[in-house]
Ligand binder design. Sequence first.
Ligand code: ADP
Ligand code: MG
Length: 237
Amino acid sequence: MRIALKDFTKKFDGVPVIDRMNLEIRDGEMLALLGPSGCGKSTTLLAISGIHRIDGGQILFGDDDISGLPSQKRNVGVVFQNYALYPHMTAFENIAFPLQVRRTEKKEIEARVQEIAELTHIAPYLKRKPGQLSGGQQQRVALARALVRKPGVLLLDEPLANLDAALRLEMRSEIRRIQLETGITAILVTHDQVEAMSMADRIAIMDKGEILQVSPPDEMYRRPTNRFVASFMGNPP
Ligand code: ADP
Ligand code: MG
């Protein structure tokens, strides 16, 4: 699903943190929203997911402005840095939860959870609770839960930040594999240049609430259009 932010504005206490941002995410691509801490990445994701209301502009999914819709009606799956799994529920129950609140039939829930658990390689562990799973496995559960309703959009907010270096490498390619296999349109929020370079089709560089450049990874590195992008990508003039 194509996503477009048009003059997207978000204020906190009357002060704009994001002032008329424009950005387009192509159908089926993984776009990395890359920038330093505090530049407004999470705020942008929270607005797209509907957790934050916006103070101006539009958020389009396809041709529809969805900025007035509540979160549950937006057809998005979200994975946060801390995964936010329910600790007292098994992996199965965590993944099934978004279907259960919609009163889906039991048989259908089981089939769908099994299908998504196979895709995310968590099927052998469905009876375990989060505390009995490794960090990588917990993340797979969070991904499965985000995808179980077959949303059109997957939003990932620093999904690898809590993993150790080896797991981070593994989950980089796993998240990318899952995104490619489902063909879902995804936004990856990260402050890590290497992560963005290795996972995304295109990178949008953000600083102080503004998008400075949107390019494929190699171009972002080789042809930065301004000094901030160049130095942030580690290729200063
Ligand atoms: P990032 O995810 O890029 O690190 P954020 O989107 O979390 O940045 O924050 C962008 C700016 O908005 C920061 O200056 C932050 O302090 C401010 N901010 C974020 N959330 C709130 C909030 N709920 N209330 C007030 N200010 C906020
Ligand atoms: Mg953030």
